[in-house]
Design a protein around this ligand. Structure first.
Ligand code: DAH
Length: 337
């Protein structure tokens, strides 16, 4: 009996010595002290069958062994956890892993700013489908069938005679059809063109504005654009209108702002001109009013368009539009907000 106890003790000592971590020690503990199949548990059960004369001595030997096993396990556990703290995977001096808060994409930020500016002025926000019909994208906007804008080179056509809208102007038509004047709306959204280089992307974002009522004049248009441009860039600047042509307005214009980088004296960003192009605008063409059943003798209105990427690029000094679509965190993290 004594030798059996002795043998178990030796085996236990070597098992403990080999256990190098908490999991291995737990396994040793179960092997020896486990309630059902533990070696010591079995030994204690055998005690009941031992001859009476030996029982006392055997009992003491088993109990001594049990005490030894428990103490040795405890000591080994302490050693393992100290070793882990000192040199192992837990280094309490390591800085924590930072959780970076998400930020809005720079385009989303500029979009929100533009919406805010027009909401302040009492405009409504309107939306329309990205897949449009020829009627809304071209015809109702007085763009005739042979117009070059309809060319396959510029427009993505999809099945069923539909197309991906090439501008947000169709939202003008949809809004005028649904409502009666006075109308004061902006529409912000994605537009699509077959175009791709440092300043053009096949998908980009535009803002379209439309105001229709009785007595709306070109002066209202100019004041609105000037206020908008000053608010969006947060600085005093001059607005310049140049005569231009868009089929859906008459007269039509392109509008520029005095260069936000040099103040108008001429620099590399404005190519020495002192001005930066912003977008197109004009007074709503009577033919457009007729398409939506408005009386052009009674109502006048102005419309304008602009690119959201362009504003984001100017505001942040970004010179390649593709940076806005690559989802490179090193780039996006520079625009917290
Ligand atoms: N739709 C034009 C474009 O995408 C932009 C534009 C020009 C909109 C003049 C207008 C406007 O409302 O009056 O190029």
């Amino acid at each position: 009996m004594q030798s059996r106890v002795q043998g178990i003790r030796q085996r236990f000592d070597s098992d403990v010595a080999r256990a190098k971590d908490a999991a291995a020690l737990e396994e040793v503990r179960t092997r020896y002290l486990g309630r059902r199949a533990g070696i010591l548990t079995a030994l204690l059960r055998d005690l009941r069958d031992a001859p009476k004369a030996e029982r006392a001595a055997f009992g003491k030997a088993v109990n001594d062994l049990k005490a030894h096993v428990e103490a040795a396990l405890e000591a080994a556990r302490g050693k393992v956890s100290r070793a882990r703290t000192a040199a192992g995977p837990i280094d309490l001096t390591l800085p924590g892993r930072a959780q970076r808060p998400g930020t809005f994409h720079p385009i989303t930020q500029v979009r929100a700013l533009i919406e805010e500016i027009f909401l302040e002025m009492g405009y409504t926000l309107e939306t329309g489908p990205e897949i449009e019909t020829d009627f809304y994208n071209f015809e109702a906007l007085n763009i005739p069938p042979q117009h070059p804008a309809r060319d396959l080179q510029d427009t993505f056509y999809v099945e069923g005679g539909l197309l991906l809208r090439t501008h947000t102007s169709p939202v003008q038509i949809r809004t005028m059809q649904q409502r009666r004047p006075p109308i004061k709306m902006v529409a912000l959204g994605k537009v699509f063109r077959r175009d791709s280089d440092v300043t053009h992307s096949p998908v980009f974002h535009q803002v379209e504005g439309l105001v229709v009522s009785e007595g709306i004049t070109f002066a209202h248009l100019k004041g609105t654009l000037q206020h908008f441009c000053r608010r969006v860039f947060g600085k005093e600047l001059r607005l310049r209108l140049r005569p231009s042509y868009f089929p859906f307005v008459e007269p039509g214009a392109e509008y520029d702002i005095s260069c936000i980088f040099c103040g108008g004296s001429g620099c590399s960003r404005c190519k020495g001109s002192g001005f930066i192009e912003m977008g197109g605008a004009g007074m709503v063409h009577p033919a457009v009013f007729e398409k939506v059943g408005y009386d052009p003798e009674r109502y006048t209105g102005f419309a304008f368009g602009l690119g959201i990427e362009r504003i984001a690029m100017l505001k942040h000094g970004i010179d390649d539009i593709r940076l806005l679509y690559e989802n490179d965190l090193r780039f996006l993290q520079q625009f917290p907000g």
